[in-house]
Design a protein around this ligand. Sequence first.
Ligand code: GDP
Ligand code: GDP
Length: 436
Amino acid sequence: MANPIVAIVGRPNVGKSTIFNRIVGDRISIVEDTPGVTRDRIYAHSEWIGHEFSVIDTGGIDISDEPFVNQIQDQAEIAIDEADVIVFLVSVKEGITDADEKVARILYKAKKPVILAVNKVDNAELRQEIYDFYSLGFGDPYPISGSHGLGLGDLLDAIVKEFPQNETDEEDQSIRFSLIGRPNVGKSSLVNAILGEDRVIVSDIAGTTRDAIDTKFTTEDGTDFTMVDTAGMRKKGKVYENTERYSVMRAMKAIDNSNVVLVVLNAEEGIREQDKRIAGYAHEAGRGIIIVVNKWDTLKKDNHTLNEFEAGIREQFAYLSYAPIIFVSAVTKQRLSQLPELIARVDQNHRRRVQSSTLNDVLMDAIAINPTPSDNGKRLRVYYGTQVSTEPPTFVIFVNDPDMMHFSYERFLENRIREAFDFSGTPIHLIKRHRK
Ligand code: GDP
Ligand code: GDP
């Protein structure tokens, strides 16, 4: 499940975001109804001749307020920490600059493969100039042009060759989950509190696939869990750890490697814009989601507090209407013992597969209650539906005219499906397809 990670590093203006966009191409999909999800990506999926991987544009992790030299140092260190393969990007236009040498000095310390790519080699003449870059000490430079799309195939071949071999766990059946959220919402405290529960047996820290150490544990009833990415929560005391872009990048990486994502909010501070952005990524990625309101101990409560807080969440996270909400405290351990069971249930729903015959009974009943819309004498016809995949559950609905199936009718069908089967905690995707 854990894909290799490629980080692009280099001083500003060498073309990192251009190359990032070239590599991930149109695979960046934006779910239209997710508010707050910005288009400027720093982390995305890609694939090259059968190899799936994720790419980080470290240039996007800007640490404002920091002097320029510290920024590129931080970005290079983040790459060393997070990536399996590092692409060190320079530009043929300016040749080797002081800043390039500074990045190079940091990357010498990396115990990871570093591939040197010389960008802006827009024509054959410029190819002659790439030999200067041998002096950086990273072997053969790969000439590329982000704007012209040249040399990328050779670069990707070189990247893929450096991927770790067969790192994935053999037949790991455990439920993988992660905790994501802004700095200080209490993720690390929750991790420790969950692992400290009496009824939880933590196994020896299993396999250190890369630097991320996943923690495996088993609950009383014998369910195996893997808590993803807890190493990243161990703070190193770096300035960048408290920046928004860094926590977004960490969150995206954790989401990528999970079946179920716990979106952690801080009851004391309420809901912030950044919470919505982070939750939006989990929704977009199609993972199972649980909203965890932590620090519940800090509020003075009356009979309405919980309902009011819940209403606020439902309003602000309208697109997560399927996600259960649990109010906990890492300090008093309130309700923490319920978490593993909830995670297991959401995971089960995320993998749920329903029979076509039952699904079609539900669809036909739905249509009988609320007839399909018609327009200019033409009526939408829903012929049948079938589940085509899981994680998240995805259904294809065959109709006479997909354009006539408006969002509201689609929502109605989704709700009927949700009433008939337990899909709590998982998004479900409906794909409408034309059939005569
Ligand atoms: P970053 O700061 O490293 O992310 O760099 P950007 O991707 O923002 O690119 C910086 C500038 O270089 C932009 O004006 C790009 O259009 C330009 N650029 C990127 N790739 C190429 C290239 O292959 N050739 C040329 N001539 N310009 C490029
Ligand atoms: P992270 O940055 O999300 O990993 O947050 P931490 O786990 O480091 O917690 C940030 C701060 O909040 C620490 O001072 C914790 O002691 C405190 N904290 C975490 N959980 C709770 C909680 O449930 N109740 C209270 N009162 N404080 C908490």
